[in-house]
Design a protein around this ligand. Structure first.
Ligand SMILES: Cc1ncc(C[n+]2csc(CCOP(=O)(O)OP(=O)(O)O)c2C)c(N)n1
Ligand code: SF4
Ligand SMILES: [Mg+2]
Length: 297
């Protein structure tokens, strides 16, 4: 199947959403698991591939759309969100997914996150957080731990890391989740739930970089560290509790749905429709408008 060929709608399977392109990620990269989880979630959703737009920025993680059969746009570093928002507004019927990395999404593209959240554009933002710039060979990223040494930071990072979970909670995101390919069923489930959520959904994925990442970020270590939010009795409707759990980013590895607003607010798309409907009532009839352009009017 080619990247653009629509899939059979009646029996969607994860394999239908995988393109023929062979990933060029390093062997063992966490992003292999992420693309598998995304295709499983898409199969569960059941929308045909030609009704899905998958947008990304630049980075190892941003290659993901090309490995799916959805329409893909590998855009500019840090600019996936503005482009995805435009696509969603131009064609509200499309299911819009965005893939990004910790650098792409919270460094150069960090400024866009606040705006997509306050607009509440109905799209799913999937960030592969490996705490490093993978594609450009292992520089510090905004989520790298303080003290982290790399080839370009021999003496260790002097900066506190950005906390992506707290960041999006702070701007009022209505759906916030975290997963890891170390828990494939859990990851596929939160992606599916994020897609189903009516509004902006953020999913942070601890996707290890096997080449430049640290030992304790690899799948084996994650399997030991990860803790499902469900197992600790966390209520995803509890915003204050979710914010408290979000603060533990970097010290604990929580998986599952951190926050799901029980009363999802109006999306930007719905607001546009309501505005159009209210203005239509005030608008002069079409023939009257055309008459105004005639001589003598
Ligand atoms: C405007 C611009 N600045 C810088 C770059 C170089 N660049 C490409 S990807 C990248 C960082 C990638 O890191 P991340 O987003 O975390 O993705 P990863 O490769 O780790 O998945 C950088 C700095 C670029 N392509 N364009
Ligand atoms: S450099 Fe890291 S993030 Fe990039 S493909 Fe290799 S393992 Fe994955
Ligand atoms: Mg990265």
């Amino acid at each position: 199947m080619t990247a653009l060929e629509p899939i059979a709608v009646d029996k969607p399977q994860a394999g239908n959403f995988k393109s023929d392109l062979k990933p060029i990620w390093c062997a063992g990269c966490g992003d292999y698991g992420v693309v598998t989880a995304i295709t499983r979630a898409l199969a569960a959703i059941g929308r045909p591939a030609h009704e899905i737009a998958f947008i990304s920025g630049i980075g190892c993680s941003s290659r993901i759309p090309g490995y799916t059969t959805a329409y893909g746009f590998n855009t500019v570093h840090g600019r996936a969100l503005p482009i995805a928002q435009g696509i969603k507004l131009a064609n509200p019927e499309l299911l819009v997914l965005v893939a990004s990395g910790d650098g792409d999404g919270f460094s150069i593209g960090g400024g866009h996150v606040a705006h997509v959240i306050r607009r509440n554009i109905d799209l799913t933002y999937i960030v592969m957080d490996n705490q490093i710039y993978g594609l450009t060979k292992g520089q510090l990223s905004p989520t790298s731990q303080r003290g982290r040494k790399t080839a370009t930071s021999n003496f260790g990072s002097l900066e506190e890391p950005v906390n992506p979970l707290l960041y999006v909670m702070g701007y009022g995101a209505s759906f916030v989740a975290q997963g890891t390919p170390a828990d494939m069923p859990g990851l596929a489930r939160i992606i599916e739930e994020g897609i189903r959520f009516p509004g902006f959904a953020f999913i942070n994925i601890q996707s290890p970089c096997v080449t430049y990442g640290e030992e304790d970020q690899q799948l084996k270590a994650q399997k030991v560290r990860m803790r499902s939010l469900e197992s600790i009795g966390h209520d995803p409707a509890d915003r204050a509790g979710a914010t408290e759990r979000a603060r533990e980013y970097g010290t604990r590895l929580y998986t599952g749905i951190l926050y799901r607003n029980p009363n999802p607010p109006r999306t930007y798309g719905q607001g546009v429709i309501e505005r159009q409907q209210s203005l239509q009532k005030l608008a002069a009839p079409r023939h009257e408008i055309l008459n105004r352009f005639l001589p003598g009017h």
